[in-house]
Design a protein around this ligand. Sequence first.
Ligand code: FMN
Length: 354
Amino acid sequence: MVNFYKYLKPLVFKTDPEKAHCLALKSIKHNCIFDYSIQEYMKSYFSQNICGIQFDSPVGLAAGFDKNGELTGKIHLNGFGFAEIGTITPFPQDGNEKPRMFRAIEDEGLINRLGFNNKGVDELILNVKKHSFQKKIPIGINIGPNKNSQNFIHDYEILIEKVYQNEDLFDYITINISSPNTAGLRDLQQIDNLKNLLSQVNQKIEKISSKKKLPIFLKISPDINDNDATDIAHLSIENKLSGLIISNTTIDKSHIFSQYKNEAGGLSGKPLFEKSTELLRQIYKQIGKKILLIGVGGISSGQDCIEKIKAGASLVQLYTGMVYHGLFLANKINKELIEIFQRDGIKHISQLHN
Ligand SMILES: Cc1cc2nc3c(=O)[nH]c(=O)nc-3n(C[C@H](O)[C@H](O)[C@H](O)COP(=O)(O)O)c2cc1C
């Protein structure tokens, strides 16, 4: 498939980043073409059943791209093997003042301080319902509290209840405690706070007493130290979580060249790759395969995916790579992975794990 994005990119980069994002959402809704030529290879090389969910590609859409679940009937056409929608909050909210998204072009990074702008969980559920007949890949829902909430934990409980009322629409839930743009959110990563949160979440799920138990993943920040990360991983296992998503954006921008390096917000893309991969590697070293690990941060090629998988990830996600390499990046990565597998005689993705 010809990569038209290199011709389009100069034009896209003249557009305000948030406007460009809205155009990207529209374009996916209306003009997607899946590369069917690799479908059979994908099935044989990539097929994995994890937490009872079938994945035909390890490459997922990271949270924040489709905040309101508008693309769930279409996004598989871009090559994604699963998609995480949200972060969604109980009630709609506007997020921070604009401008709040900046391209760090020299670094292939993005800085954002959107602040969970979203239309609220009820609208997201309506959107996902509307497209459920077209759903072809697992859909995760990433949940977080409203900015002005008096009780963050109560917000997670409200959201879990809403998700369970519509449990057939979703394949997993991600508890986001790591976005840097909601004041106080990342304090939930402190071990006593997290203990409390996870125990409340489990009690809530027990009360709902649904036969189906949706896997719960926890998304963590790359800015925590290795010891805290290990404690969080152990606590997650004790509390029967199914996975850790490593990682959200970083607030450390000291190593980038961009004129925007002093803007407040979280940094994603290439400059996050090393840091998020190292955290993943450390957690995998400590806990091995006791919990699913999903690697996120700075992925823009098949080789990047291989590095995350070798560091311990069973699945990966991406967002910022699409800003620099186009909306069909997942398709391109699937192809690159197949080429690498064929070159190196790898028969199945599971062979990449130590
Ligand atoms: C503009 C933007 C908005 C984001 N919004 C969310 C969000 O709402 N919830 C979340 O968990 N992560 C959010 N993220 C973080 C991504 O899901 C991902 O963890 C991070 O960007 C690293 O991956 P990447 O380098 O491939 O972008 C956002 C990232 C960007 C760039």
